[in-house]
Design a protein around this ligand. Structure first.
Ligand code: S3P
Length: 442
């Protein structure tokens, strides 16, 4: 355990970049491992989650090399993976295990997946259901929990699958399995989720069709057993990481911060929309296309925030940002209401109750329901803080409460900042570089 403490230190100022996008980094490695020939990746997130996916694709027989600031993946082509010699250990990474389960589900060998205590508590049934229809077989602990063994289908079948939960991981698992299926695999998503997989499949040369259907949903069809060709990729900065210094600057009086080269895929920017509704002073400059994804520089200035209701339909576009939104809400005037957030209970921790418990300990009034949370803001004066918050092996809970302590009346301690390394190596140094005071606790 690495306890850390964040003491009030305002204002925050500077111009920073944040590490590469985690979702895009996993996909770059996995699609590189599915293509024929060399893929060169720049800006890859070199954090524990992505390095676990990298180690897993090596175990599946794919050569991956670092060459300066670039990573080169020597892909064997669709269907070309080898039976792994040992268990695939995905550490803390739900994205890693679910996407790779899809990939191996249409290779006719057996793979074993393991992970840390947090990952071993998370549900895998959501990927097992569609992959079972394709022809793969699974063995897990009770409740569909890791460890998990997968026997890939020898004669995989094309399916049409309607997602019962809005999940980019499940959608991606089905599409990755579909790469090695004769015929067309279709995923129907009633609510759109991040589309990095679809964009990247197209970039690698796959024939993929995306149609809008009623009520904002999408139908995605991928023709299987096409040849993908190795490509060059550039990974933008992760908005889900940028969100932490961004909210810190919003709540620390007198702050002005520029975040450079941040991915602004419209299916990821729900937090920016919500913060603007709360009155945040945010502007996007230098908007451009960096390879497959739109990016921009974000300029943020501190100022008063007011509570808002976050509509349930926006949840997929900010699914990882609720812990840091909860911090913004604690500093706002009035009530912030989050609804339709039941999925937060099955993230790296049960974030819904972790947010409620942590905020309460820091002097904030909250009301928690099965899939909603109301947060009563501190009404203009800085919230109390002064608590020791358990992070439950969850990087985003750790970072959110360290941001809480940047402007509260008393310091905030987290019991374990270790998990921050899964997504945002160098978080404390970067924050301290703009004026924060985040240190190891005694
Ligand atoms: C991710 C999808 C989301 C998100 C996760 C990354 C992805 O999970 O919470 O951090 O890269 O596809 P769900 O698919 O469970 O919503």
């Amino acid at each position: 355990m690495t306890p850390m403490v964040s003491s009030p230190a305002c204002p925050l100022a500077g111009a920073i970049t944040v590490p590469g996008d985690k979702s895009i980094s996993h996909r770059a490695l996995i699609l590189g491992a599915s293509a024929m020939g060399v893929s060169r990746i720049r800006g890859l997130l070199e954090a524990e989650d992505v390095l676990a996916t990298l180690a897993a694709i090596r175990r599946l027989g794919v050569k991956v090399e670092a060459a300066g600031s670039e990573w080169q993946v020597h892909g064997p082509g669709v269907g070309g993976l080898a039976e792994p010699t040992g268990a695939l250990d995905l550490g803390n990474s739900g994205t890693g295990v679910r996407l790779l389960a899809g990939l191996v589900a249409t290779h006719s060998f057996v793979s074993f997946f393991i992970g840390d205590d947090s990952l071993s508590a998370r549900p895998m049934k959501r990927v097992m259901d569609p992959l079972d229809q394709i022809g793969a077989s699974f063995w897990t602990r009770s409740g569909g929990r890791l460890p998990m063994a997968v026997r890939g289908a020898a004669d995989p079948l094309p399916i049409t699958y309607r997602l019962p939960v809005a999940s980019a991981q499940v959608k991606s698992a089905v599409l990755l399995a579909g790469l090695n299926v004769p015929g067309t695999t279709t995923v129907i998503e009633p609510q759109p989720t991040r589309d990095h997989t679809e964009r990247m499949l197209r970039h690698f040369g796959a024939e993929i069709e995306v149609e809008d259907i009623d009520a904002g949903g999408r139908r995605i069809s991928l023709a299987g057993q096409q040849e993908l060709l190795g490509r060059d990729l550039v990974v933008p900065g992760d908005l889900s990481s940028a969100a932490f210094p961004l909210v810190a600057a919003l709540v620390c009086p007198g702050s002005r911060l520029t975040l450079r080269n941040i991915g602004i895929n419209p299916l990821r920017t729900g937090l920016l929309t919500t913060l603007r509704e709360m009155g945040a002073r945010l502007s996007l400059t230098n908007e451009r296309q960096a390879g497959l994804e739109p990016v921009a520089d974000i300029v943020v200035e501190s100022g008063p925030l007011r509570g808002v209701s976050v509509p349930a339909r926006r949840v997929p576009a900010m699914i990882d940002e609720f812990p840091i939104l909860a911090v913004a809400a604690a500093y706002a005037e009035g009530v912030t209401r989050m609804t339709g957030i039941g999925e937060l209970r099955v993230k790296e921790s049960d974030r819904l109750s972790a947010m409620a418990r942590g905020l309460t300990a820091c002097g904030i009034v909250v009301e928690e329901g099965e899939d909603w949370l109301d947060i009563v803001g501190a009404q203009g004066s800085p919230p109390l803080g002064g608590a020791k918050v358990p992070t439950g092996m969850d990087h985003r809970m750790a970072m959110a409460f360290l941001v809480f302590g940047c402007a509260s009346q008393r310091p905030v301690e987290v019991d374990d900042a270790g998990p921050i390394g899964t997504s945002f190596p160098g978080f404390a140094d970067l924050m301290n570089g703009i004026g924060a005071r985040i240190e190891n606790a005694q």
